[in-house]
Design a protein. Structure first.
Length: 195
């Protein structure tokens, strides 16, 4: 049985979701983080190798999550079916993501914001929807980076230049920036993503 200890701002995994762990030899959060990171590294290599034709689609959002966590979690790439300490009701995830994707397409077409702000707003909204049981922050950061590189012609964000998975000052700054964006103030998030 794995012992879960969560850094501040982390969404807890409920017991039904914990059953979906594909690696029964994992017994603590550090081991889980290592296996997930190895899986994420493979997904990043796949996602940056060539421009996905359907990057702004529900299918790609789910496919990327499955690529990032599919070697670790049985439910990877599937929308969560439980309530969380963050995010919308699980039954409205699909329609909310579809609306977000259409908004992002319009932001790009009409140059509503700078490329960095489009990607930062996309990241924030994706986190606030919280479509999956776990890995939403990492998934939303990678989606924003793919949007920047493949569709907006910009380099990836630096995301505070530190590890955001573990508790620490960088993670706190990221959470503070997201909370500012919750109040429609994107200044801290725009500073953070390129710091």
């Amino acid at each position: 049985m794995m012992k879960y200890d969560y850094p501040p701002g982390t969404t807890p995994i409920d017991p039904d979701e914990a059953v979906g762990l594909l690696l029964p030899h994992i017994t603590n959060r550090a081991e889980l983080d290592r296996w997930e990171q190895d899986n994420i590294a493979e997904a990043e290599a796949w996602a940056f190798r060539q421009k996905p034709k359907d990057l702004l689609s529900l299918d790609f959002v789910c496919r990327l999550h499955k690529r990032m966590f599919g070697n670790v979690w049985r439910w990877a790439g599937k929308f969560r079916k439980s309530g969380k300490n963050i995010g919308i009701e699980h039954w409205s995830i699909g329609p909310s993501l579809k609306n977000l994707i259409e908004e992002v397409k319009a932001w790009i077409e009409h140059e509503a914001y700078t490329p960095d702000e489009i990607a930062a707003r996309f990241h924030h909204r994706l986190v606030s929807i919280h479509p999956f049981a776990n890995g939403n922050g990492r998934h939303a950061r990678l989606m924003a980076d793919l949007l920047l590189v493949h569709l907006l012609g910009r380099p990836r964000f630096t995301w505070g230049s530190e590890n955001l998975v573990h508790a620490g000052e960088c993670r706190k700054r990221h959470i503070d920036a997201l909370q500012g964006a919750d109040r429609h103030d994107y200044r801290l998030l725009l500073e953070f993503v390129r710091s």
